[in-house]
Design a protein around this ligand. Sequence first.
Ligand code: AMP
Ligand code: MG
Length: 400
Amino acid sequence: MNKGLLSVDEALKVLLDGARPVTQVEEVPTLEAAGRVLARAQRSTMDVPPMDNSAMDGYAVRLSDLKGKNVLKVKQKIMAGSVGKALEPGTAARILTGAPIPPGADAIVMQEYCDAAGEDVTVKKIPEPGEWIRLTGSDVKKGGEILAAGKRLAPQDTGLAASVGIKALPVFRKIRLGLFFTGDELVMPGEPLAPGRIYNSNRFTLRGLGEAFGCELRDYGIVPDTLQATRDVLRKASAECDVVVTSGGVSVGDADYVKPAVEAEGSLLMWKIAMKPGRPLAFGKVGQSSFIGLPGNPVSSFVTFLIFVRPFLLKTQGHTDTAPRTISARADFDWPEPDARREFLRVKWNAQGGLDLYPTQDSAVLTSTAWADGLVDNPAGAAIGKGDTVRFLPYSELYR
Ligand code: AMP
Ligand code: MG
């Protein structure tokens, strides 16, 4: 371990221990619940499907009628949404997908295996017992749990809730995420870029991330590099938000006022983390609000958001599953000179199912993050050779 540096896991543990999950629950219409975190497990009060029904367009038959003959009289037609009569011996029912199985029928012959002529249907292939019948409760059993508490609801989760008739869901209230960006050099796109100035790209990246994680955002914009301005916005943001995240000003340079500002308004832990990109990180409390100060460097702030802020926000939101799953993947690149710190390398899936490396891993090159599909989590000092198995953190997993 590097002298004086904290490991990613140590920092993450302190952060997560300090995250307090929201407790306020609100009922929202199931139609609007996607993206929210479910506060209580949901059970079904019904079987799905609620009745035995046909999985195919075809003919409902009684198998015992098909011993020694294969022509049946079609005596009824059952559409989805209607209910047929009991199947008379020796007859078939024309049936459409989703329609209830008539009493007496024990299999469906798909229409591709039937010839219909007038009132008769010829069955060209005898079905297996139960073929193409979806049984009552085969999807969801009455009383069974369909959604666990602490899950962020995906669109298909709301569909599942709706399929058992749940019209509203208990979710945790949205957390308020405050953002501000320190640096006298920052200007917004659309403003003239005077010599020495740069665009405030972190505002776009971090706001987008906050939105992707379902936070209610409060954006306090660019804050000049003075202690007073930093304290003022910090006090306001902390009073209004659950979590305040900032970029820049956490090094120990002349213009770095985040540390003294948080210390003056609350309490702060300053870390140098053994990771690349993204060495400095600040974690503190101001009033009831948590504070996380990210480095200003655009690649570092993006990566440290994903590695630290993401699980912190998830836990604060009431999410129970905060650790991203990694995938073992094949490196189609060499990385012969690893850093002594744990690295998060920007990589992209290739058509052969391996990973390509962005040629410059310099942490000032934001292009690498846009080009990549995710990060390789490379242990400190570990060289990588072509064909090696590495731990891959796809963005798709990090954005869950
Ligand atoms: P700092 O952490 O404030 O020392 O900033 C480190 C580097 O990141 C400097 O080159 C800054 O100009 C740059 N930087 C800081 N904030 C931003 C931002 N919001 N958008 C883009 N670059 C930034
Ligand atoms: Mg700065």
